[in-house]
Write a protein that binds this ligand. Structure first.
Ligand code: NI
Ligand code: MN
Length: 225
Protein backbone atom coordinates (compact mmCIF):
# COMPACT_ATOMS: atom_id res chain seq x y z
CA UNK A 1 0.00 0.00 0.00
CA UNK A 2 1.20 3.51 -0.81
CA UNK A 3 0.83 6.21 1.87
CA UNK A 4 1.23 9.90 0.93
CA UNK A 5 1.17 12.64 3.56
CA UNK A 6 -0.38 16.05 2.88
CA UNK A 7 0.10 17.42 6.40
CA UNK A 8 -1.90 17.42 9.65
CA UNK A 9 -4.45 14.56 9.33
CA UNK A 10 -4.61 14.58 5.55
CA UNK A 11 -3.14 11.57 3.78
CA UNK A 12 -3.95 9.23 0.96
CA UNK A 13 -3.56 5.48 0.81
CA UNK A 14 -3.50 3.66 -2.48
CA UNK A 15 -4.75 0.11 -2.18
CA UNK A 16 -6.11 -2.25 -4.81
CA UNK A 17 -5.67 0.46 -7.46
CA UNK A 18 -7.93 2.91 -5.60
CA UNK A 19 -6.84 6.18 -3.98
CA UNK A 20 -8.41 6.81 -0.58
CA UNK A 21 -7.94 10.38 0.64
CA UNK A 22 -8.54 11.03 4.35
CA UNK A 23 -9.45 14.29 6.08
CA UNK A 24 -8.61 16.84 3.38
CA UNK A 25 -7.23 19.99 5.00
CA UNK A 26 -4.32 21.56 3.15
CA UNK A 27 -4.81 25.24 2.30
CA UNK A 28 -5.41 26.20 5.92
CA UNK A 29 -2.18 24.50 6.99
CA UNK A 30 0.75 26.89 6.74
CA UNK A 31 3.16 23.93 6.97
CA UNK A 32 1.62 22.48 3.77
CA UNK A 33 2.10 25.49 1.47
CA UNK A 34 4.11 23.36 -0.97
CA UNK A 35 1.13 21.07 -1.60
CA UNK A 36 -1.07 22.16 -4.50
CA UNK A 37 -4.55 20.83 -3.82
CA UNK A 38 -5.15 20.62 -7.56
CA UNK A 39 -2.59 17.80 -7.67
CA UNK A 40 -4.29 15.77 -4.94
CA UNK A 41 -6.03 12.79 -6.49
CA UNK A 42 -8.79 10.71 -4.95
CA UNK A 43 -11.28 7.99 -5.84
CA UNK A 44 -12.73 8.10 -2.33
CA UNK A 45 -12.62 10.85 0.29
CA UNK A 46 -13.14 9.70 3.88
CA UNK A 47 -13.88 12.24 6.61
CA UNK A 48 -13.35 11.22 10.25
CA UNK A 49 -15.40 14.13 11.62
CA UNK A 50 -16.60 17.61 10.81
CA UNK A 51 -13.89 19.89 12.18
CA UNK A 52 -12.38 22.37 9.75
CA UNK A 53 -8.92 20.87 10.13
CA UNK A 54 -10.36 17.65 8.62
CA UNK A 55 -12.86 18.84 5.99
CA UNK A 56 -11.49 22.27 5.03
CA UNK A 57 -10.73 21.27 1.42
CA UNK A 58 -13.19 18.39 1.13
CA UNK A 59 -15.79 20.07 -1.04
CA UNK A 60 -13.27 21.49 -3.51
CA UNK A 61 -11.32 18.25 -3.95
CA UNK A 62 -14.51 16.17 -4.14
CA UNK A 63 -15.95 18.48 -6.79
CA UNK A 64 -12.80 18.41 -8.93
CA UNK A 65 -12.10 14.67 -8.65
CA UNK A 66 -15.66 13.35 -8.45
CA UNK A 67 -14.47 11.10 -5.62
CA UNK A 68 -17.08 9.34 -3.50
CA UNK A 69 -17.30 11.16 -0.16
CA UNK A 70 -17.73 8.88 2.86
CA UNK A 71 -18.40 10.12 6.37
CA UNK A 72 -20.99 10.33 9.11
CA UNK A 73 -24.54 10.96 7.94
CA UNK A 74 -24.28 14.56 9.14
CA UNK A 75 -20.89 15.31 7.55
CA UNK A 76 -22.07 13.83 4.25
CA UNK A 77 -25.26 15.87 4.46
CA UNK A 78 -23.16 19.02 4.93
CA UNK A 79 -21.01 18.08 1.91
CA UNK A 80 -24.13 17.54 -0.20
CA UNK A 81 -25.55 20.88 0.93
CA UNK A 82 -22.29 22.41 -0.30
CA UNK A 83 -22.63 20.88 -3.77
CA UNK A 84 -21.01 17.45 -3.46
CA UNK A 85 -22.94 15.02 -5.66
CA UNK A 86 -21.18 11.70 -5.08
CA UNK A 87 -21.55 10.76 -1.43
CA UNK A 88 -22.16 7.82 0.87
CA UNK A 89 -23.38 8.44 4.45
CA UNK A 90 -22.50 6.03 7.25
CA UNK A 91 -22.91 5.61 10.93
CA UNK A 92 -20.85 3.26 13.05
CA UNK A 93 -20.71 -0.15 11.40
CA UNK A 94 -19.38 -2.05 8.39
CA UNK A 95 -19.95 -1.49 4.68
CA UNK A 96 -18.41 -2.78 1.46
CA UNK A 97 -16.80 -0.68 -1.27
CA UNK A 98 -14.64 -1.31 -4.38
CA UNK A 99 -11.50 -1.07 -2.26
CA UNK A 100 -12.66 -3.60 0.35
CA UNK A 101 -14.49 -3.67 3.63
CA UNK A 102 -14.78 -0.48 5.65
CA UNK A 103 -15.78 -0.09 9.28
CA UNK A 104 -16.65 3.32 10.64
CA UNK A 105 -15.68 3.09 14.31
CA UNK A 106 -16.25 5.49 17.21
CA UNK A 107 -13.78 8.10 18.41
CA UNK A 108 -13.88 10.13 21.62
CA UNK A 109 -13.86 13.70 20.36
CA UNK A 110 -16.39 16.27 19.09
CA UNK A 111 -17.62 17.09 15.60
CA UNK A 112 -18.99 20.54 14.81
CA UNK A 113 -18.92 21.48 11.12
CA UNK A 114 -17.32 24.70 9.80
CA UNK A 115 -20.75 26.37 9.42
CA UNK A 116 -21.62 25.57 13.04
CA UNK A 117 -23.96 22.70 12.23
CA UNK A 118 -23.84 19.35 14.01
CA UNK A 119 -21.42 16.85 12.49
CA UNK A 120 -22.74 13.70 14.15
CA UNK A 121 -20.37 11.50 16.07
CA UNK A 122 -16.65 11.63 15.30
CA UNK A 123 -15.06 8.38 14.20
CA UNK A 124 -12.19 6.45 12.71
CA UNK A 125 -11.89 3.87 9.94
CA UNK A 126 -10.75 0.29 9.63
CA UNK A 127 -9.99 -0.68 6.04
CA UNK A 128 -9.68 -4.33 5.03
CA UNK A 129 -8.49 -4.54 1.45
CA UNK A 130 -6.86 -7.10 -0.84
CA UNK A 131 -3.43 -5.63 -0.15
CA UNK A 132 -3.87 -5.56 3.62
CA UNK A 133 -5.52 -3.87 6.58
CA UNK A 134 -5.05 -0.54 8.29
CA UNK A 135 -6.76 1.52 10.99
CA UNK A 136 -7.03 5.29 11.20
CA UNK A 137 -8.39 6.33 14.59
CA UNK A 138 -9.38 9.89 13.64
CA UNK A 139 -9.08 12.54 16.34
CA UNK A 140 -9.53 10.75 19.64
CA UNK A 141 -8.17 10.27 23.09
CA UNK A 142 -7.07 6.82 24.11
CA UNK A 143 -10.15 4.67 24.51
CA UNK A 144 -10.99 1.09 25.45
CA UNK A 145 -13.06 0.60 22.27
CA UNK A 146 -9.79 0.33 20.32
CA UNK A 147 -9.45 -3.16 21.79
CA UNK A 148 -12.17 -4.29 19.37
CA UNK A 149 -10.01 -3.52 16.33
CA UNK A 150 -7.86 -6.70 16.47
CA UNK A 151 -11.01 -8.77 16.77
CA UNK A 152 -12.00 -7.46 13.33
CA UNK A 153 -8.64 -7.55 11.54
CA UNK A 154 -4.91 -8.11 11.82
CA UNK A 155 -3.39 -4.73 11.00
CA UNK A 156 -0.46 -4.03 8.71
CA UNK A 157 -0.14 -0.49 10.05
CA UNK A 158 -2.14 2.20 11.83
CA UNK A 159 -2.42 5.96 11.57
CA UNK A 160 -2.81 7.63 14.95
CA UNK A 161 -2.74 11.23 16.19
CA UNK A 162 0.26 11.97 18.42
CA UNK A 163 0.07 15.73 19.00
CA UNK A 164 -1.74 15.68 22.35
CA UNK A 165 -4.02 18.45 23.64
CA UNK A 166 -6.93 17.66 21.25
CA UNK A 167 -6.08 13.97 20.85
CA UNK A 168 -3.73 11.28 22.12
CA UNK A 169 -0.06 12.13 22.49
CA UNK A 170 2.76 9.70 21.69
CA UNK A 171 2.62 8.15 25.15
CA UNK A 172 -1.09 7.40 24.79
CA UNK A 173 -0.60 6.24 21.20
CA UNK A 174 1.86 3.56 22.41
CA UNK A 175 -0.96 2.14 24.56
CA UNK A 176 -3.36 2.46 21.62
CA UNK A 177 -0.90 0.48 19.49
CA UNK A 178 -1.04 -2.24 22.17
CA UNK A 179 -4.84 -2.19 22.14
CA UNK A 180 -5.00 -2.55 18.36
CA UNK A 181 -2.09 -5.06 18.32
CA UNK A 182 -0.06 -3.10 15.78
CA UNK A 183 3.68 -2.36 15.91
CA UNK A 184 3.89 0.03 12.95
CA UNK A 185 2.31 3.42 13.53
CA UNK A 186 2.27 6.52 11.36
CA UNK A 187 1.87 9.58 13.58
CA UNK A 188 -0.25 12.50 12.39
CA UNK A 189 -2.03 15.56 13.90
CA UNK A 190 1.23 17.06 15.22
CA UNK A 191 3.12 20.38 14.79
CA UNK A 192 0.36 22.13 12.80
CA UNK A 193 -0.63 24.49 15.62
CA UNK A 194 1.17 25.69 18.74
CA UNK A 195 -0.86 23.41 20.99
CA UNK A 196 0.30 20.25 19.22
CA UNK A 197 4.00 20.86 18.58
CA UNK A 198 5.96 17.79 19.64
CA UNK A 199 9.52 16.61 20.10
CA UNK A 200 9.93 14.10 17.27
CA UNK A 201 12.84 12.17 18.77
CA UNK A 202 11.14 11.80 22.16
CA UNK A 203 7.95 10.55 20.51
CA UNK A 204 9.86 7.97 18.44
CA UNK A 205 11.83 6.87 21.52
CA UNK A 206 8.59 6.13 23.40
CA UNK A 207 7.57 3.73 20.65
CA UNK A 208 11.02 2.18 20.38
CA UNK A 209 11.08 1.52 24.14
CA UNK A 210 7.85 -0.44 23.70
CA UNK A 211 9.28 -2.44 20.78
CA UNK A 212 7.23 -0.50 18.24
CA UNK A 213 7.94 1.85 15.36
CA UNK A 214 6.61 5.40 15.03
CA UNK A 215 6.93 7.00 11.60
CA UNK A 216 6.50 10.79 11.51
CA UNK A 217 6.11 11.48 7.80
CA UNK A 218 7.27 14.65 6.11
CA UNK A 219 4.64 16.65 4.28
CA UNK A 220 4.63 15.53 0.65
CA UNK A 221 6.38 12.27 1.50
CA UNK A 222 5.23 8.93 0.06
CA UNK A 223 5.89 5.72 1.96
CA UNK A 224 5.35 2.19 0.67
CA UNK A 225 3.90 0.00 3.42
NI1 NI B 1 -11.10 17.47 15.59
MN1 MN C 1 -8.28 17.77 14.42
Amino acid sequence: MKFTYYGHSCFSIETGGKKLLFDPFIRGNELAIDIDINNVEADFILASHGHGDHVGDLVEIATRTGALVIGSFEVVNWAQNNGVKNAHPMNFGPASFDFGKLRFLPAWHSSGLPDGSYGGNPGGYLVQGQEGNFYYSGDTCLMMDMQLVPRFAKLDFAILPVGGNFTMDAEDAVIAADFIKCDKVIGIHFDTFGYIKINHEEAKEKFKAAGKELILPKIGETIIL
